[in-house]
Design a protein around this ligand. Structure first.
Ligand code: NAD
Ligand code: ZN
Length: 346
């Protein structure tokens, strides 16, 4: 098992290993005194992994209760968020108790947001069970839900107390779900480390997880609240979020980000913002992994959703420009350029 410590305002450890879920009670107990634990999970992960986790928690002196919501991005709503908060109150959870998020990015984002706001903030532990959540969403403390107007429009920065990443849980992931993680890992490679992409293609999970976590850790330590370089991790997400929304989430997050990375690379090159057109490389790499990179949507509709993006500041939006494979930079463009940017990417 490997350990990283993220040195944010409230530092926390990330434990990475194979088949470590059954030791969760011990790892949590080493950091947190016995208390009531509310396990939050989705309907699919519940049947797969909540029993082993609950047993381990009870063995180490924790009292447990559980909230389960239907699996999938459609659950990342105000309604589920509100149901979780009500369930926490029904269970009599107090400020000194703990939420444990067991599942993918949807469970992590919802549970983290509930933890950030229940009684003005209680502790939570992330136990990611998807490749995407392990390499990306479980680290960094961005939590939130979708609003009718767009992705992740309500949320909070709220760091977990511990992350336990057991990549044995990937054994039960469908191929399409693994691809979601591939997209975010390729993104990390594009932003910070070109040699990582080859390891992603070889499905070297142990290596890729450690490098992605390490890259994200450094970026989050430098910019916890996403006002500067952390925005580099949004590569592919401006267009990706529009695609998720327009497709009513039938295109999942990683698949949308894969399409978004190709489109944003193409657009940046065509607008003369970079000398290198990396879109061909990205297209070949991602298609080779099995991604469908088509974007059969109307640019006007895409533009409508892009307008609700959190990266907009006044009359400009910050986009990520790939200068080379493994090197990106941030660039502000006028909102009046956004429509052309989207059109050129398609
Ligand atoms: P998800 O949580 O919906 O999980 C995908 C599917 O896999 C679900 O059906 C789930 O039930 C199932 N599943 C989970 N673990 C499993 C396992 N081990 N075996 C079998 N099935 C399993 O989606 P995701 O791809 O993990 O995360 C996507 C979400 O993460 C999006 O909402 C995205 O916006 C968010 N995200 C957040 C951040 C952040 O920094 N907070 C970063 C990236 C993505
Ligand atoms: Zn993402």
């Amino acid at each position: 098992m490997n350990k990283f410590t993220v040195s944010t305002k409230r530092p926390y450890d990330i434990l990475i290993g194979q088949d470590i879920l059954k030791g969760s009670g011990k790892y949590i107990r080493e950091r947190i005194d016995p208390c009531k634990v509310c396990l939050v999970t989705d309907s699919k992960v519940n049947g797969l992994y909540s029993q082993v986790l609950t047993t381990s928690l009870i063995e180490h002196g924790f009292q447990t209760c559980k909230v389960v919501f239907p699996e999938g991005e459609h659950s990342k709503t105000m309604n589920t968020y509100s149901n979780i908060l009500e369930a926490l109150a029904d269970e009599g959870m107090s400020r000194s108790d703990l939420i444990v998020a067991l599942g993918g990015g949807v469970v992590g984002d919802l549970s983290g947001f509930a933890a950030s706001s229940y009684m003005r903030g209680i502790r939570y532990v992330q136990i990611p069970t998807t490749y995407l959540a392990t390499v990306d969403s479980s680290v960094g403390g961005k939590t939130g839900i979708n609003l009718l107007n767009g992705k992740n429009l309500a949320g909070a920065f709220w760091q977990p107390s511990l992350v336990i990443s057991d990549y044995k849980t990937f054994d039960t992931l469908e191929d399409d779900e693994l691809l979601n993680g591939v997209a975010e890992a390729v993104k990390s490679g594009m932003v910070a480390e070109n040699t990582l992409i080859d390891k992603v293609l070889r499905r070297d999970y142990a290596y890729v997880i450690e490098r992605c976590v390490s890259i994200k850790k450094s970026i989050v330590e430098a910019d916890e609240r996403d006002t500067g370089m952390r925005q580099l991790l949004n590569f592919g997400h401006t267009i990706g979020h529009c695609i998720e929304k327009i497709s009513s989430f039938s295109v999942s997050h990683g698949h949308a980000v894969a399409k978004g990375m190709v489109a944003e690379s193409k657009a940046a090159f065509k607008m003369g913002l970079t000398e290198n057109d990396v879109s061909g490389y990205l297209r070949d790499t991602l298609e080779g992994c099995g991604f469908d990179l088509s974007i059969p949507y109307d640019p006007d509709e895409m533009y409508y959703y892009a307008h609700n993006d959190k990266k907009i500041n006044g009359d400009s939006i910050t986009i990520v420009v790939p200068e080379a494979i493994g090197k990106c930079r941030l660039q502000k463009i006028a909102l009046s350029e956004l429509h052309r940017y989207i059109e050129l990417g398609l």
